[in-house]
Design a protein around this ligand. Structure first.
Ligand SMILES: CC(C)(COP(=O)(O)OP(=O)(O)OC[C@H]1O[C@@H](n2cnc3c(N)ncnc32)[C@H](O)[C@@H]1OP(=O)(O)O)[C@@H](O)C(=O)NCCC(=O)NCCS
Length: 159
């Protein structure tokens, strides 16, 4: 694992540490509940004693295609970025996706997020197309212009 990142399922005790860099309590609670039911998976990357990152998998897919599990909510704690944690989380997710027999995974990235898009390209993701994502979270809602990207699960896991 690059630079000592350990990846495991999120548990309720991760809540405070995750919210310190990913301040979405409603989403954390909802996604943890979905991971207990098996509908989704929620993972954390731990570096020493520090909870350094989070990522989710929605097993019934994203906006483009239900046949490709969706990688979402990828975030590395700001001071831990650039050390391979994001790459490690993506590869770990790809391995889980491949283990369940899926050939590809999908993700959505905001068109303005050039750094993340560069990372996904470097890992072999290809752009499937633009998408206007309408989201709702509690009383909030909004529109985000995103790119839908696909990656080969087995290839990503092996790299
Ligand atoms: C995108 C993100 C998860 C990458 O995690 P990471 O641990 O820094 O990634 P890695 O160390 O494995 O790879 C580094 C690459 O990530 C990309 N990157 C994006 N934002 C970055 C940042 N703030 N710092 C460092 N790298 C960043 C770059 O392409 C970088 O490659 P480079 O060194 O060639 O520029 C992380 O930067 C992050 O949490 N960003 C904010 C949330 C976000 O944009 N999530 C993706 C939503 S689709």
């Amino acid at each position: 694992m690059p630079d000592g990142f350990v990846i495991r399922d999120a548990v309720p005790g991760d809540r405070d540490a995750v919210l310190s860099f990913w301040p979405h309590p409603d989403r954390f609670d909802r996604r943890l509940a979905s991971s207990v039911s098996g509908e989704e998976s929620l993972l954390v990357a731990v570096h020493g004693d520090l909870t350094a990152g989070i990522v989710g998998i929605r097993w019934d897919g994203g906006c483009d295609d239900a046949a490709r599990p969706l990688l979402y909510a990828l975030e590395i704690r700001a001071e831990q970025r650039g050390r391979g944690g994001g790459t490690a989380l993506i590869r770990h997710v790809a391995g889980l996706v491949a283990d369940r027999g899926f050939a590809e995974l999908t993700l959505e990235v905001e068109v303005a997020n050039a750094g993340a898009i560069r990372l996904y390209h470097r890992l072999g993701f290809v752009t499937a197309g633009p998408h206007r994502h309408v989201w709702h979270s509690g009383k909030s809602c909004g529109i985000a212009d995103v790119l839908i990207m696909h990656g080969g699960a087995g290839d990503l896991a092996r790299r």
